[in-house]
Design a protein around this ligand. Structure first.
Ligand SMILES: [Mg+2]
Length: 359
């Protein structure tokens, strides 16, 4: 049985903006939606009291709340805060799957502690390091954890224990299942199906006949069954460092000295930041004084200074020119590079659409 935590920041972009601009305290604010055809990314709880919602067109939000303060989206700022939050997650488990800048699944099955306590501790640390609140859902799978994180929002947490899943699902509105939108919910309601408990009365063949492949998935989801693993897939593919020289290097010996220095930096970084990653190859980049660039790489699982030096010697021979820039690095072996196109990534695509709209 897995132990999954879904951590979700409370109205993240708006909360970051309020932290950065204390003069906005107490005002209804929306991030995004200020442009002519813009859509709101996030709004604070004050704005929600007026019926303003994320994904709502700006003009509609203004009708509901004439005093609404529209702020431009500042992704660099949210990204920086997101990095702080993710660093905290990684201190509890390597199995972190970010869904967007402000939410992630954590698999803490092997953490050797109560998931409830871990969630509380993570939320406290997020608060002290970012001055922002987060909510958490704790459950035996991803679907339930995500639903549960909404239950005590803002600044709260809720657990669905394995023995509670049956009762929890029986009372849960079908609309709460991923992929069941307002239109599907309406169609269900017309047939007397309002809760997941109602939906459970349909047999697997009935579900499949009516909803196709999705029906099969729905059959399991409405019972609170979800076997998807937490996959830390948005991870860096390489690690490297490079240096542009004030005076071009003219001899191989000078280049080797420089490459040793860069190589040591990469080795230190590998040890400190990603000791668990498997390495696929090592490479050296050389940029000559005519600004052409060449790269030499080799298959390699444990890079050493000697390997980079050998690659450098080969790359250096390619042109009889002084060297402007040198770089060294490694590429990681992908454990599972196949993209899992589930509802989460659909949600992220949606978030990206908001971002594009604002740009
Ligand atoms: Mg959130």
């Amino acid at each position: 049985m897995r132990k999954i935590i879904h951590l979700d920041m409370d109205c993240f972009y708006a909360a970051v903006e309020m932290r950065e601009r204390p003069e906005l305290a107490g005002l209804p604010i929306a991030v995004g939606g200020g442009s002519k055809r813009g859509v709101i990314c996030t709004c604070n709880y004050k704005a929600r009291q007026y019926g303003v919602r994320s994904a709502m067109p700006g003009f509609m939000a203004r009708q509901r709340c004439p005093d609404l303060v529209f702020l431009p989206v500042r992704f660099d700022l949210y990204r920086a805060t997101s990095q702080v939050i993710r660093a905290i997650f990684h201190q509890y488990t390597p199995l972190v799957e970010p869904l967007s800048l402000d939410e992630a699944y954590l698999d803490v099955t092997d953490a050797g502690r109560y998931a409830w306590d871990i969630a509380r501790e993570i939320r406290a640390r997020i608060l002290s390091e970012t001055q922002l609140t987060a909510s958490a859902g704790i459950a035996p799978n991803k679907m339930l954890a995500k639903i549960a994180s909404d239950w005590r929002k803002p600044n709260g947490q809720f657990a669905v224990l394995p023995e509670q899943v049956h009762a929890f699902m029986a009372a849960l509105p079908v609309r709460k299942i991923w992929g069941v939108g307002p239109k599907s919910a309406e169609r269900f309601a017309a047939r007397g199906i309002n809760t997941c408990g109602d939906l459970q009365k349909l047999t697997l063949p009935e579900m499949a006949a009516q909803f196709g492949k999705w029906g099969e998935e729905l059959y399991h989801l409405c019972r609170g069954e979800d076997n998807r693993a937490v996959r830390p897939h948005r991870i860096r593919k390489s690690l490297s460092t490079e240096n542009t020289f004030f005076d071009n290097l003219t001899t191989l010996a000078e280049c080797q000295e420089a490459i040793d220095k860069l190589g040591r930096e990469v080795l230190d970084d590998l040890r400190a930041k990603v000791p668990e990653r498997r390495i696929r190859n090592a490479y050296v980049t050389v940029k000559f004084s005519d600004f052409t660039r060449t790269t030499r790489q080799c298959v390699c699982t444990t890079p050493t200074l000697e390997i980079w030096r050998t690659l450098l010697a080969e790359a250096w021979q390619r042109k009889p020119l002084p060297v402007r820039l040198l770089g060294t690095g490694v590429q990681f072996a992908d454990d599972d590079s196949d993209e899992d196109d589930d509802h989460d990534s659909a949600q992220e695509r949606q978030a990206e659409l908001f971002a594009a709209d604002e740009a």
